[in-house]
Write a protein that binds this ligand. Structure first.
Ligand SMILES: Cc1cc2nc3c(=O)[nH]c(=O)nc-3n(C[C@H](O)[C@H](O)[C@H](O)COP(=O)(O)O)c2cc1C
Length: 362
């Protein structure tokens, strides 16, 4: 056991949350393995249809009777002109030609219905609901809480954390700029809210009273203990689990995770129109020279989908999105339960080493 305010609230043994990772990595197997190991597994359900979410929840429940979470994307206003979309479509055709797929595909609906996704979570009475990219309507948060669901929001600044607390969340993920994947930033920021985990966590801790979860670049017991020292009540680790056998990430993505280093990632808007950290690819490099405006999320995300899917099929990582955080040299391809255990074992050794430092107050 390693008890904190949040582990008690979540009814888990260890303050380790496996990050929700939409797009395939967080299989029911990964989620259940982490929960069975004493952490909190999380399904990244942002891109899933309501039916897919229901099936995944039931699959997770077949594999574990421990708590787990489901994560959704809060919908955003679309504000991209037809001209911007047409310009990007033309530009993307050159990748389509390289990958031998049809030009000018018809663009399907941009996002799944958030209301319908939420409805499934309510019907299935999930233990934990987390979200990113904004704040859901207050009646959604209230309905979840009334059912006993623990509600967790994502912040990248102190102001976002304060607004989440005012909306009634039970805990807040403080997502530092080291983090892999999309940024949860939802308030205007002149500098893109790229605050490192070390600086962000204690500042959020000082301004909110709900438990804070440190996220971004945390890969092992050292990161866990450092986060607890900063005032966090748990950590949320994504990249650390991406290359595990239970992860549904593409094999080419897993290989890149294992072979990359601290300097391999960059922040990009190229794949989705929203800031996200991933391993540098030819697509990211090339899109720097795009002369127009990249359509905003989720439009760009839908527009590049056929390219990413064709690249994945062809095992060509250069046109895939290889989301990853900055802790890459610490990533292992160990089983998820092993990653939880190693993190906890290392954390306990560290705690002991601190108490034997012999520091005495003068
Ligand atoms: C592949 C990938 C997908 C992600 N998808 C989501 C998501 O669907 N929802 C979410 O809240 N965060 C998502 N994130 C961000 C994580 O919640 C978390 O902030 C991040 O993984 C922490 O940094 P780390 O990767 O260095 O551990 C994703 C991260 C990665 C690497």
């Amino acid at each position: 056991m390693m008890e904190t305010e949040l582990t008690s609230k979540l009814k888990i043994k260890y303050p380790i949350i496996q990050a929700p990772m939409a797009g395939g990595p967080t299989t029911p197997d990964l989620v259940a393995s982490v929960s069975n190991a004493g952490g909190l597994g999380n399904l990244g359900a942002g891109y899933l249809t309501p039916e897919q979410i229901r099936n995944a929840i039931r699959d997770i429940r077949q594999r574990t009777d421990r708590p787990f979470g489901v994560n959704l994307f809060v919908p955003e206003q679309l504000s991209t002109s037809e001209e911007t979309i047409a310009g990007m479509n033309d530009y993307l055709n050159k990748y389509r030609s390289e990958l031998s797929i049809a030009p000018n595909p018809s663009i399907p609906k941009f996002t799944e219905s958030f209301e319908e996704q939420v409805q499934v979570l309510i019907e299935e009475n999930v233990p934990v609901f987390s979200f990113t990219f904004g704040i859901p309507p207050l009646d959604v948060i209230q309905a979840m809480k009334q059912l006993g669901t623990v509600v967790i929001g994502t912040a990248t600044t102190v102001e976002e954390a304060k607004q989440l607390q005012a909306a009634g969340v039970d805990a807040i993920v403080a997502q530092g700029s080291e983090a892999g994947g999309h940024r949860g930033t939802f308030l205007k920021s002149t500098t893109d809210a790229l605050i490192g985990t070390m600086a962000l966590v204690p500042q959020i801790v000082d301004y909110v009273s709900v438990p804070v979860v440190a996220s971004g670049g945390i890969m092992d017991g050292r990161g866990l203990i450092a986060s607890l020292a900063l005032g966090a009540s748990a950590v949320q680790m994504g990249t650390a689990f991406l290359a595990s056998p239970e992860s549904g990430a593409h094999e080419a993505h897993k290989r890149k995770i294992i072979s990359s280093n601290e300097d391999s990632t960059e922040m990009t808007y190229a794949y989705s129109g929203k800031a996200a950290r991933g391993i540098l690819t030819d697509f990211m490099n090339d899109m720097r020279f795009y002369p127009g405006t990249i359509p905003a999320y989720p439009i760009q995300n839908v527009m590049t989908r056929d390219i990413r899917q064709a690249a994945a099929k062809a095992n060509n990582p250069e046109y895939m999105s290889l989301w990853a955080g900055q802790g890459l040299r610490l990533a292992k391809d160990h089983a998820a339960a092993e990653i939880v255990k190693q993190t906890i074992d290392q954390a306990f050794v560290l705690v002991k080493s601190f108490s034997s430092l012999g520091v005495v107050e003068e």
